[in-house]
Design a protein around this ligand. Structure first.
Ligand SMILES: *[C@@H]1O[C@H](CO)[C@@H](O)[C@H](O)[C@H]1NC(C)=O
Ligand SMILES: *[C@@H]1O[C@H](CO)[C@@H](O)[C@H](O)[C@H]1NC(C)=O
Length: 397
């Protein structure tokens, strides 16, 4: 325990109170606090007297590592030059607690409250469903496979107790959200997950990095777009982090090969939360400038009327970057039609030939049969005539 020079100059009553408070607290104290991103924490300046009983000339300060955040001298409080925390923090004057809200991962660190010769260190850990930015947008084409994952930074954090969480999916244009899975993490850092939805369109991958919440969509449907939100609950507080899934699909009308001189309409559509400056573009690979069509901003559907076959690509453009592309191969019908015509004519000739042969063969045999029948009839006739002759001639012998 340390005695305080400032305390000695105080009135006896104040001295006694301060002395009692020093007796009940250690001169150096280490505390542990946990916060969730977007949440709020209040860090205590443990052992300090309430404002009304605090000696008038005591100096109180809050520091983050070596950076001075706040300092009070003889009741004149001022913030030191703006820091990372400015605008997101305040001092609760009664007990000089430091409140910080809209927490960021980077707020993690050691916070020190100093009053007189006392120092209270608080180690603040911020927890998140990353360690990613608060919002991430992911892009997929219909029928592809997508894995959405949230890395939990729980391993680096000492927990007083376990916490729970869940993963929700809110479909685009829908207000209802579906719970996909819930999970809990023990104080030892073990993760348990339970699949909540009977919807078989998603899977929990068997092999995945440790402390990661993951869902796999083996075959993305257009209506899988929307918000996937990982939500944590710890000591009655919530933190969430969402991934927005944007899905792209392409269709052709009429479907099938494009015949020479004919037209076809290609339609490109995206579903999901789009950036304010998002737009769609159709273009033909190795085509001309005439083969490019852009949508207006935030238009989720773009049609192009084409007359040239080839590889057509639809791009979703955000912030000047192509975020996702769908490549659609338009076959030229002439090639295809040629095969059909050649095939049909070969087939036709073969058929005609075969029929011809059949006719000739059957014609010939019919002719032969007819000849044979005729000959036999003649022979029978001759025979009858001969017999008659013999009968007639015999008596004359
Ligand atoms: C954590 O999850 C497992 C598996 O779902 C469950 O058996 C267990 O009771 C849960 N624990 C808590 C504290 O919720
Ligand atoms: C576009 O042009 C490049 C270079 O000439 C060529 O390698 C590629 O195959 C072409 N792609 C298509 C789809 O025509």
């Amino acid at each position: 325990m340390e005695s305080s020079g400032t305390a000695l100059s105080c009135t006896p009553a104040a001295f006694l109170l301060l002395h009692l408070s020093l007796m009940s607290s250690m001169a150096r104290q280490n505390e542990l606090q946990t916060g969730l991103t977007g949440g709020e924490v209040t860090l205590n300046c443990t052992g300090i007297l309430p404002d009304s009983q605090l000696p008038r000339d005591i100096v109180v300060s809050w520091k983050y590592s070596d950076t001075l955040l706040w300092r009070m001298e003889k009741n004149n409080r001022y913030w030191k030059k703006p820091t990372f925390i400015t605008g997101r923090a305040d001092i609760k004057m009664q007990y000089k607690q430091l409140s910080v809200w809209n927490l960021k991962l980077s707020d993690t660190g050691i916070y020190t409250c100093e009053y007189g010769t006392h120092k209270v260190h608080t180690s603040l850990h911020i927890f998140n469903c990353f360690e990613n930015p608060d919002l991430e947008r992911k892009y997929a084409t219909v029928d592809s496979t997508v894995i959405l994952s949230w890395h939990l930074n729980s391993q680096k954090i000492k927990w007083k107790e376990g916490f729970t969480g869940k993963l929700n999916w809110k479909q685009q244009e829908s207000t209802k959200s579906h719970e996909l899975l819930d999970f809990n993490i023990t104080a030892q850092g073990q993760l348990h997950e339970t699949k909540k939805s009977n919807n078989l369109l998603f899977e929990i991958p068997e092999r995945k990095p440790e402390s990661t919440i993951e869902v796999k969509l083996p075959k993305v449907y257009f209506n899988h777009s929307g918000q996937y939100q990982c939500q944590l609950e710890y000591q009655g507080r919530h933190a969430q982090s969402k991934i927005e899934l944007v899905v792209m699909k392409v269709s052709a009308n009429p479907a099938g090969p494009l015949s020479r001189g004919a037209n076809m309409i290609l339609t490109c559509q995206v579903a999901g939360p789009l950036a304010p400056d998002a737009s769609l573009r159709w273009e033909r690979v190795n085509g001309t400038k005439m083969d490019i069509k852009n949508s207006k901003q935030r238009e989720a559907k773009l049609e192009v009327n084409i007359s040239a076959a080839g590889l057509w690509s639809c791009h979703l453009i955000e912030d000047g970057d192509k975020k996702i592309s769908f490549h659609y191969h338009v076959e030229e019908a002439s090639v295809w039609m040629n095969y059909v015509i050649i095939g049909a004519s070969i087939g036709g000739s073969l058929l005609a030939f075969a029929l011809g042969c059949l006719c000739i063969i059957s014609g010939t045999s019919w002719h032969r049969r007819r000849q044979r029948a005729k000959r036999m009839a003649q022979a029978r006739q001759h025979l009858r005539e001969n017999k008659t002759c013999q009968c007639q001639h015999r008596p004359k012998k």
